[in-house]
Design a protein around this ligand. Structure first.
Ligand SMILES: Cc1cc2nc3c(=O)[nH]c(=O)nc-3n(C[C@H](O)[C@H](O)[C@H](O)COP(=O)(O)OP(=O)(O)OC[C@H]3O[C@@H](n4cnc5c(N)ncnc54)[C@H](O)[C@@H]3O)c2cc1C
Length: 388
């Protein structure tokens, strides 16, 4: 038995968690993985795969019971993201993005908001998280989208860029600045926008290197009106809410990257065990074994670090930002390295579109860029050592 089968066997899942994970892996293998190449080639929404996730009720595992959910551990949620992403990174990010968009509502929303909005999510609706703008990327505080109060409504003007599932999401958590607060950071506010809100439209869908089945949309708001009751927390509380939420979405992004890394690892090992050159299998060359050993060591450590971060979050701790950054940084760098080596070990065949490793290499790159570029994460980790 190899080290990964042993690691998986020794992971301490409850009976219910084990049953659900087995179901997710079966659906990933039978429905999601076989469709992934086609959706990538067609650059279309992976409907069968998303429907399969909905049929399994996977949104319900992160929605509280009071709002129609059937909550399970955060660690299990991460394992589900990893398993789906291993089969299809695009489907994995669509699923994870609903969590990223709705977790702040679960953690900071009012009772009325949760009762009104969360049952739809529990039943499989999609969500988006809209922060980035043309001039506000790594520095989200530079955002310009404006929220102007008008009686019982808030008027939204501005635009968002690169929003995952922005065109298909039923609910979007949108960040902007409260017009009555004159402070670049203190004005940031979050509110929920529903699909089909008049004045909200999609300006375009990006053509991308990877994740081609996951749409990345531009959004425009011109006098779009939402009820004031859709504000999360109070006007001006958006930045604190954003930072707290990112700490929970970054481990999820790490799990997604580890899914890509695991897929690349499996394809690489399988090929190395069969491809023969100079009378020996590619895996028989010691230099290649050393390369595998380094990657496997990194994968095992990254998986275990993610379990550690999940335990911190489940334990109710508030201070896990650096740990979340370490998880995101290492998992995404590993996904890129693993996919690169997987292509390399396939030789010329790895460069051909027929094989999955070609897609994995394209899918891996963005994991180093989104949810805070890895430069930003290195900064967050490094500056935590500065004496104050
Ligand atoms: C496919 C895709 C999906 C996305 N999905 C979403 C989404 O759903 N919601 C959303 O809100 N956004 C989303 N994004 C946006 C993504 O999070 C941003 O692209 C990312 O945060 C980087 O911002 P930027 O592209 O403006 O790059 P910039 O911030 O302009 O960075 C350019 C370069 O400068 C470096 N840099 C910037 N600041 C620093 C610094 N302080 N120190 C050192 N180097 C620095 C960066 O690391 C990078 O290498 C998505 C993007 C893509 C491509």
């Amino acid at each position: 038995m190899n080290v990964f089968s042993q690691l998986e066997q020794r992971r301490n899942w409850s009976e219910d968690e084990r049953i659900l994970l087995d179901q997710v892996r079966r659906v990933a293998e039978e429905v999601i993985a076989p469709n992934a190449a086609r959706y990538d080639a067609e650059e279309t929404f992976p409907k069968d795969s998303v429907d399969a996730i909905k049929a399994l009720g996977l949104n319900a595992i992160f929605v509280p019971e009071a709002y129609g959910g059937a909550p399970m551990s955060y660690r299990l949620y991460l394992a589900v993201v990893q398993a789906i992403s291993e089969a299809c990174a695009s489907t994995g990010i669509i699923y994870a993005t609903t969590f990223h968009g709705m977790k702040p509502l679960i953690d900071f929303g009012s009772e009325e908001q949760k009762q009104r909005l969360l049952p739809r999510i529990a039943q499989g609706a999609l969500a988006s998280l809209a922060i980035t703008e043309a001039t506000a990327g790594s520095d989200a505080t530079a955002m310009k989208t404006r929220f102007t109060p008008d009686g019982d409504e808030v008027v939204i003007d501005g635009g968002k860029l690169f929003i995952t599932s922005g065109d298909v999401a039923d609910l979007l958590l949108v960040f902007g600045k409260w017009s009555e607060i004159d402070d670049a950071r203190g004005a940031i506010t979050a509110l929920i926008v529903e699909k089909n809100t008049p004045g909200f439209e999609i300006t375009g869908i990006e053509k991308k290197l990877g994740h081609r089945a996951s749409s990345t949309a531009g959004l425009a708001f011109s006098g779009a009106r939402v009820p004031r009751a859709n504000i999360l927390g109070k006007p001006g509380e958006g930045l604190a809410l954003l930072l707290a939420s990112l700490n929970k979405s970054r481990p999820s992004i790490a799990a997604h990257a580890l899914g890509i890394a695991t897929a690349a690892f499996r394809d690489m090992v399988a090929y190395m065990n069969t491809r023969v050159q100079s009378g020996r299998r590619v895996i028989d060359f010691q230099g290649n074994q050393f390369m595998l050993a380094d990657l496997v060591a990194e994968l095992a450590m990254a998986e275990n670090w993610l379990d550690h971060v999940a335990a911190l979050i489940e334990g109710g701790g508030a201070e896990f930002g650096v740990e979340a950054s370490i998880a995101k940084l290492r998992a995404s760098d590993l996904a890129m390295r693993m996919a690169t080596e997987a292509v390399q070990m396939h030789g010329g065949y790895g460069y051909i579109r027929d094989l999955r490793v070609e897609r994995l290499l394209r899918d891996a790159k963005i994991t180093q860029i989104w949810e805070g570029t890895n430069q930003v994460h290195r900064q967050l980790i490094g500056r935590s050592f500065i004496d104050r």
